[in-house]
Design a protein around this ligand. Structure first.
Ligand code: Q0N
Length: 295
């Protein structure tokens, strides 16, 4: 699989085969076929992987994912075990190997990002018509399923309509992915909102268990990397919302102090220690607020 220019090579883990490296996650296979899903401490911003890592980010996002899996005990997921190699302790899961659906299953409860851009151009998102008068950050009348197809490395995923998904995987499975996506999102959004975090949108990946044929929730779920988390007390439609986790990073990278611009073709500079520590604290806060557990 293609490598991303500024992502370091995957860790060498004894006895597992490296399958895939994304900007911040890696996938390996054990000899028995089970997978090892690893979350790194890497952080991305403005489509770059930053040269600085955030201590404990991988462990926090892994703990968040497994907590959500526990909340949705009625939704079959790919988690098998948290008994992982020592080098990745706490930031990896052993998972079922699935036949993945080639669809990014996105649910949106609020309008921003590519959803806002599509709405402003056409009044709809992924073929779903929306009422007039919505603005950046508006809460939608009801959550919508806005699937996307994975683009090549370096490209953004492409929003597609439900019919395109049906055409690719069949109507029955497309209906099921939409139903699962909206059901899980609605439940998560309510839980998070009660705890002061708006989950504006989120992306799920599903696969089919090749033996049982059961459609199964995969990937990491409902983390700030797979979702947009906003602080509920600062929500104000009509402007770009602040990011729960990455706002300190974005503010510093766009400040004069960084000497860098998101428009630049140059890689971003490393983050100051204070920004690293503030950002780590936001990931801890998100985990502790959501779960009521201490990290
Ligand atoms: C898999 N991807 C998508 C995040 C992005 N349980 C699974 N079985 C088979 N394949 C996959 C999974 C999962 N999860 C998912 N690629 C393969 C890209 N992912 C890869 C992991 O990092």
């Amino acid at each position: 699989m293609a490598e991303i220019a500024n992502v370091p090579p995957a860790a060498k883990l004894a006895g597992v085969e490296h399958l895939y490296s994304g900007k911040v996650r890696e996938l390996y296979r054990f000899p028995d076929g089970r997978l090892l899903f690893v979350a790194s401490d890497r952080i991305s911003a403005f489509d770059w992987v930053l040269p600085t890592t955030i201590p404990d980010k991988g462990r926090i996002l892994t703990a968040m994912t497994t907590w959500w899996f526990e909340q949705f005990a009625d939704i079959t997921n790919h988690w098998l075990s948290s008994d992982v190699p020592a080098e990745v302790a706490g930031r990896a899961m052993v998972t079922q190997p699935l036949e993945m659906f080639p669809v990014e299953c996105v649910a949106r409860g609020y309008l921003t990002g590519s959803g806002l851009a599509d709405y402003q151009a056409s009044g709809s998102v992924c073929g779903v018509a929306l009422p007039a008068g919505l603005t950046n950050g508006s809460r939608l009348p009801a959550p919508i399923f806005t699937p996307a197809t994975k683009a090549d490395v370096g490209e953004h995923d492409e929003n597609v309509d439900f019919e395109a998904v049906s055409g690719t995987i069949g109507e029955e499975d497309a209906n099921e992915l939409r139903r699962l996506t909206l059901q899980i999102y609605e439940r998560a959004e309510g839980i998070a909102r009660d705890r002061g975090i708006i989950v504006a949108d989120t992306k799920f990946e599903f696969g089919r268990n090749p033996s049982s044929k059961v459609i199964t929730l995969a990937d990491e779920v409902l983390t700030p990397d797979s979702s947009r988390f906003w602080p509920a007390d600062k929500w104000e439609p009509g402007r770009q919302q602040s990011s729960f986790d990455k706002q300190f990073v974005r503010d510093w990278l766009t400040s004069a102090e960084s000497g860098w611009s998101p428009k630049s073709d140059d890689p971003p500079p490393g983050l100051p220690d204070a920004v690293v520590e503030q950002t780590r604290a936001k990931y801890v806060e998100a985990y502790e607020r959501l779960t009521g557990r201490t990290f």
